[in-house]
Design a protein around this ligand. Structure first.
Ligand SMILES: Nc1ncnc2c1ncn2[C@@H]1O[C@H](COP(=O)(O)OP(=O)(O)OP(=O)(O)O)[C@@H](O)[C@H]1O
Length: 475
């Protein structure tokens, strides 16, 4: 039970209060003067203070008590102080609360009320202290992790991510395959980078392959290489990805959509540790650590017959699962601030952009179907269309943001030109991609089309279909 400090110059009052609090399980310390009280506040672990307002027989103004209250609050602003006062005026009470008293009780006091008030305040302080201790402990744990390992720019505040990142750096030095799972845009590739950066192979090649984009007929040549003439069009010797990654790490992204043929070829090299270039009979040794990632539910794909179980067990010696952004809302604002810093560093003028409080709220409220990648897109857009230094909800183009900006008292929508859409609900990945390209191209459709790999007409058709139109040319 928290210790209570009783401060009163009248021994009879001290005895009565000590008895009262001890009866209710508290330890009690007594002080008869302001100096004794300060010694206790500085030297003891206290849960709450009950203090008189006058310390000399002749004094009645309460000024000494007010002075002591200020001294206590100056050294420990969170320590609850209950003032015992003969004040009956509202002004006196207000002054006490302003000076930091948590509560005040009249003299003579009501035992039950006093014990309940002081007990509650002391319990609350204990809870707050425990919270602060846990937060500090977590902060220290994160700090230690970031100090000792290369976290490749990954930012988080949530316990869930702390667990994933801790496991990633723990398994990094072991040369085992790691499968990283999680929805699109949650940072799977970034986590693979962390595993590689903290492994013994950190200074060796790190080769990334989008396994899902490999056409079936090219899987073998891409992974293992091809001799000249091995297939039509193969005029030069081509090194495969396993060869490029020799001594290092191979990251197979989108492994869940690798063709069955590709799966078979991959399984063989993982089982035997050997492979051959297409068109060659020379067997090569694969000294490669394989990391892979997918957003697919592989056990389900196995049940449906589209993924090999034997390959799954080879790849999945360790599984790291990244939760969707909406399931770790504590991360949203930290990541957003980090991304804004990154944007500022890349921008020509390097101007620092910050998030307004309503924009933060809108970010935390949003569902983030596209996870951190969507957050990146939204912030890129917002950083470009914002009017001032601060990003407001309507700059983000989010549903919730739009609602927030139309709420009473909200700032009017920005009049700056931006790619605006007439159908704001549930933005698709395609819409975001196009909006981002348009904003980055400052509204120049031909430029946006080129960056998307589309013809100008092609982009216009898509904009029509999605109801995206350019409101005004960006300056
Ligand atoms: N926690 C984070 N802190 C900082 N940046 C992050 C974080 N998570 C993701 N990012 C950034 O978000 C973008 C998407 O991340 P990444 O490409 O690693 O996701 P992914 O899960 O591999 O996506 P996909 O499933 O589409 O392949 C990247 O630019 C990455 O740097």
């Amino acid at each position: 039970m928290p210790k209570i400090l009783v401060i009163d110059d009248q021994p009879a009052v001290c005895v009565a209060l000590t008895t009262l609090f001890e009866l209710h399980g508290h330890e009690v310390r007594v002080a008869a003067t302001p100096d004794e009280a300060m010694a206790a506040v500085l030297g003891d672990e206290l849960g709450a203070v009950v203090q008189d307002m006058n310390f000399r027989q002749s004094a009645t103004s309460g000024e000494e008590g007010m002075e002591l209250l200020r001294r206590i609050k100056a050294v420990d602003p969170e320590l609850p102080v209950v003032a015992m006062t003969a004040f009956t005026s509202i002004a006196g009470a207000v002054e006490l609360i302003k000076a930091g008293a948590s509560d005040y009780v009249p003299k003579p006091w009501d035992d039950q009320k006093l014990v309940a008030t002081v007990g509650n305040l002391a319990r609350l302080r204990a809870l707050e202290q425990e919270n602060a201790r846990l937060l500090a402990q977590r902060g220290r744990a994160r700090h230690r992790l970031a100090e000792r390992h290369d976290l490749a720019g990954l930012v988080y505040a949530s316990d869930a991510m702390h667990e994933v990142v801790s496991l990633a750096v723990k398994v990094a030095p072991a040369d085992v395959p790691v499968l990283i799972t999680g929805p699109n845009g949650t940072g799977k590739e970034l986590l693979a980078t962390i595993v590689q950066a903290n492994s013994r192979r950190r200074d060796r090649p790190f080769v990334k392959v989008n396994a899902g984009a490999l056409p079936d007929e090219l899987v073998e040549a891409e992974l293992f290489g091809a001799e000249p003439g091995a297939f039509t069009g193969a005029t030069r010797l081509r090194a495969g990805r396993f060869e490029e990654a020799d001594g290092g790490t191979l990251f197979l992204d989108e492994i869940g959509t690798l063709s069955l043929n590709g799966q078979k070829k991959l399984l063989r090299v993982l089982q035997t540790g050997e492979y051959q270039r297409l068109g060659s009979s020379v067997t090569r040794k694969a000294d490669v650590r394989v990391l892979s990632a997918t957003n697919r539910d592989l056990p389900r794909a196995i049940a449906e017959g589209s993924f090999r179980e034997d390959l799954y067990f080879r790849l999945n010696v360790i599984e790291l699962t990244i939760p969707a952004l909406r399931d770790r809302p504590e991360d949203i604002v930290s990541i957003a601030s980090h991304l804004l810093d990154r944007l500022a560093a890349r921008a020509a003028g390097g101007e620092r952009v910050t998030l307004g409080p309503r924009a933060r709220h809108a970010l935390v409220e949003h569902d983030w179907p596209g996870n951190v990648r969507e957050l990146e897109n939204r912030l890129t857009r917002a950083a470009l269309v914002r009017k001032g230094e601060t990003i407001e909800p309507h700059d983000l183009g989010l549903d919730a943001a739009a609602r927030a900006s139309h709420a009473p008292g909200a700032a009017p929508a920005a009049h700056g030109a931006h790619a605006a859409s007439s159908a704001p609900s549930a933005p698709s990945a395609e819409r975001l991609e196009i909006e981002r390209a348009l904003v980055e191209a400052r509204g120049v459709v031909a430029k946006a089309a080129a960056s998307l790999g589309l013809s100008r007409q092609g982009l216009y058709r898509r904009m029509d279909r999605l109801g995206i139109h350019i409101e005004r040319k960006l300056k």
